[in-house]
Write a protein that binds this ligand. Structure first.
Ligand code: SPV
Ligand code: MG
Length: 541
């Protein structure tokens, strides 16, 4: 079903019989965050838009500068935005131009307040602030309503009588006149820490048109009080900006004092989260659709024949690769990582409960001897199952999750055999699982990160001083290298002793028989699922 227009959505919020909420935002990012949290509308706050620009809430930012910000906010969201239009940035004529421009930029409503340009924030000496002439302000409202081309665009009239200390009678006189002039709702503002002024107004107003409130100062009053008083819309007017200020102050101070990210890295949003909020995935999808493939993608071969007994009853009916991680099976996550790297030709070697390994758009090869063979046998079966293209092949396990960029790294180098090696191997030491430690021609070095590092040995048992990292369970094999790998595998396969051999045995053989196995050092960004704890942790990966 097509979503209704933003203007219509906003009008519905105002007309709702219950109390609705909208949340402040001050740029595209915060607007998206507000929408993701579930808000069905956004307040484009004058205070916070000017604050994030580093200026005062005194019309120091020009109205076109505010419009530029609000346009980013509208582009980033699908819920309606009401702009805090201050006094309308001039007279009736400026309000008309404002309304037209807001409509063009996808903004659903504007709120104008009955003060004088340049205004001051209501919480700074509000009682000293002059109010607009009532008739002149009514002219602005009429002009705004006449300028709109979409019937559902809303003009909200903000009554500052309480802020200016002019009392209930003046607030009611003005609100009534604004309603008569065509305002779709009135915003009644109060700087008290109690709801008294608002409730007195609501009592007398008696539902003549929707009422909007801003409970910044009287926040401790339960919202049910306003619900019962039949307030239509409450605005959380500045809280995303205020929370980000506290977070940024802490981060800046800790960085400056400690000259380290160690205390912060886990507190702050990941770079991946930044990318997600920016919509990086949509661009990647579009690139795949619209750009010519710059480099042909390799295929993928996933070894997923074993049961994974260590997951106990979770793997009674299905192998580990099909255990659910969050909303889908492990194998679906692996396939998604491949696809996000442009690798769509994915073959899976299955064995235990093979009928349960049935995700769409994957090719399957069966290792029916899974119970008494090792991974090398699955690899053999997989390689023998078809001809592989010149673009080569990435081999991985059915229980290893990795991020797309690990695959990108493997393919970036023009090398025949490449493996990723995690330098954070110490993290695995006490996890009580088998670890494939790796010894290389050079240890990882920040200053020599471009050095051509080669595999020397991979083994579960290496003296600590020889360990340079942990193999992540992935291998890139170029098209050129495939025949050599197949030959090595054939020889190993012919030897009954290798029936239970694992992939590291092949890597060692290749490394010691003149095949350079290039190492790419990485840090984290992968996870192997070896225990029930891993199943839980993987959901957050
Ligand atoms: C704003 O958010 O800019 C407002 C609300 O106008 S207030 O700061 O309470 O005046
Ligand atoms: Mg404001």
């Amino acid at each position: 079903m097509q979503a209704s227009k933003k203007t219509t959505q906003f009008r519905k919020l105002l007309a709702s019989t219950g109390l609705e909420f909208i949340c402040e935002a001050h740029n595209g990012l915060s607007a998206r965050i507000a929408e993701e949290a579930g808000f069905r509308g956004i307040w484009g706050s004058g205070l916070t838009i000017s604050a994030q620009l580093g200026v005062r809430d005194n019309n120091e930012a020009s109205w076109t500068q505010v419009m530029d910000v609000i346009e980013f906010m509208a582009d980033a969201t699908s819920v309606p935005i009401m702009l805090d239009g201050d006094t309308g940035y001039g007279n009736f004529n400026n309000v008309q131009r404002l309304v037209r421009k807001l409509e063009q930029r996808g903004v659903a409503a504007v709120c104008i307040e009955d003060k004088l340009f340049p205004k001051t924030n209501s919480f700074i000496s509000g009682e000293r602030q002059p109010l607009a002439d009532l008739d002149e302000f009514c002219g602005k409202i009429k002009a705004g309503k006449d300028a709109q081309s979409d019937d559902d665009f809303c003009v909200v009239a903000r009554v500052e009588a309480f802020i200016a200390g002019r009392g209930l009678a003046e607030a009611l006189r003005r609100a009534g006149a604004y309603r008569e002039a065509g305002a779709d709702a009135v915003l009644i503002h109060s700087a008290l820490s109690t709801p008294d002024e608002i409730l007195a107004f609501m009592h007398e107003w008696d539902g003549r048109c929707p009422v909007v409130i801003v409970p910044t100062k009287y926040y401790s009053t339960p919202m049910d009080v306003f619900r019962e008083a039949r307030v239509s819309l409450a605005i959380w007017a500045n809280h995303l900006l205020r929370s980000s200020i506290s977070a940024m102050q802490t981060t800046a101070r800790v960085l400056h004092e400690t000259e380290s990210l160690a205390k912060l890295e886990h507190e702050v949003a990941s770079v991946g989260e930044v990318f997600r909020l920016q919509g990086a995935q949509a661009l990647e999808d579009a690139e795949r659709r619209y750009l010519p493939e710059s480099r042909p993608a390799p295929a993928a071969l996933v070894l997923a024949a074993s049961r994974g007994e260590e997951l106990h009853e979770l793997t009674e009916e299905k192998p580990k690769a099909m255990v659910r991680i969050g909303d889908r099976p492990l194998l679906a996550h692996i396939a998604a990582s491949y696809r996000s790297a442009g690798i769509g030709d994915i073959t899976v070697v299955r064995g235990y409960r093979k009928e349960a390994v049935n995700l769409p758009d994957l090719t399957y090869v069966d290792n029916d001897e899974y119970a008494d063979t090792g991974e090398l046998h699955s690899l053999w079966k997989g390689l023998a199952s078809r001809a592989w293209g010149p673009e080569g092949l990435v081999v991985s396990y059915g229980d290893v999750l990795f991020r797309k960029h690990v695959l990108d790294h493997l393919r970036e180098l023009d090398e025949d055999l490449v493996i990723p090696v995690d330098t954070q191997w110490q993290d695995s030491v006490n996890r009580g699982r088998e670890v494939d430690y790796v010894s290389c021609s050079f240890p990882y070095s920040r200053t020599h990160y471009n050095r051509r590092v080669l595999l020397q040995k991979v083994s579960g048992e290496l003296p600590q001083r020889e360990i340079h990292g942990e193999w992540m369970g992935l291998i890139y094999i170029s098209g050129r290298a495939l025949p050599g790998v197949r030959d090595a595998l054939r020889e190993m396969h012919g030897d009954a002793q290798n029936r239970n051999a694992k992939v590291p045995a092949l890597l060692n053989r290749l490394a010691t028989s003149g095949h350079a196995v290039r190492v790419v050092y990485t840090s984290g960004n992968w996870l192997d699922v070896d225990s029930l704890d891993d199943v839980v942790n993987a959901a957050g990966f």
